[in-house]
Design a protein around this ligand. Structure first.
Ligand code: HEM
Length: 214
């Protein structure tokens, strides 16, 4: 726990705002690399960009889900970065979606057709839709307006969104590449950990209630 305290002490001195700058720089850099067709972008730059943003979005969703288990298991508290991580995940999904709409299919009617006809796109779109209210309410004003309990309930939508995001990846690949399955396994593991805690907490509260009452 001494290491965790040292990390927490260091974290207290680091503000969250540079994460937004890093996120914007990442989006810009990848876009520029696609535009100039550098490195991995030499062939099919639009497709590579779309995939790059999609994968970064999934990674950030997972990072956001990992914040609480990390605190519970190791004592390392990164909660001050969670809002930034969540918002960046949303903006990466938005960038991924915009590349799909504006550069890939380039037609609104085809977007609708793709969403309706291709199950993996339907699932990705559903994850995106679930993330919209979360992004809109990731600010202090919304927390005050909704109240912490309703806000926390609403933000549980991140769990199905992460599962759908991972499923979208598993569904779209052909064959059996390892990566999408690893993402799905990590998402399920993180959600299972949460389920267990809430069950333990419920049990604990139930057991302690008679004693509290007496
Ligand atoms: C939470 C939401 C989403 C996540 C986490 C996500 C994530 C991903 C990931 C990880 C990939 C594969 C990247 C790779 O191969 O390295 C991908 C591909 C793709 N995504 Fe998404 N996605 C989301 C939402 C969407 C939405 C809303 C759309 C469109 C309506 C979409 C359309 C696509 C398409 C078409 C591909 C395949 C690109 C290709 O290879 O042709 N995704 N996405």
């Amino acid at each position: 726990m001494a290491i965790a305290s040292a990390i927490n002490g260091a974290v207290r001195r680091v503000p969250a705002w540079p994460l937004y700058i890093l996120g914007a720089a990442y989006v810009g850099w990848e876009f520029w690399s696609a535009l100039t067709q550098q490195g991995a972008y030499a062939v099919e730059p639009i497709n590579v960009l779309e995939r790059q943003y999609g994968e970064a979005a999934l990674l950030l969703l997972i990072a956001g889900l990992a914040v609480t288990p990390l605190r519970v298991w190791t004592g390392v508290n990164l909660i001050k970065f969670r809002r930034a991580i969540g918002l960046l995940a949303f903006f990466l999904v938005l960038a991924h979606f915009l590349v799909f709409v504006l550069l890939d299919v380039q037609s609104l009617s085809r977007v609708v057709t793709e969403v309706v006809k291709r199950p993996y796109v339907t699932v990705g779109f559903a994850a995106f839709v679930l993330l919209i209210p979360l992004a809109l309410t990731s600010n202090n004003r919304a927390i005050r307006k909704l109240g912490p309990v309703r806000w926390r309930h609403l933000h549980k939508l991140v769990y199905p969104a992460a599962v759908l995001g991972a499923l979208h990846y598993v569904w779209l690949v052909k064959g059996w590449p390892r990566e999408p399955f690893i993402y799905m396994a990590v998402v399920i593991a993180l959600l299972t950990l949460r389920l267990k805690w809430s069950q333990i907490r419920t049990l604990f509260v139930r057991r302690s209630r008679p004693a509290d009452a007496s």
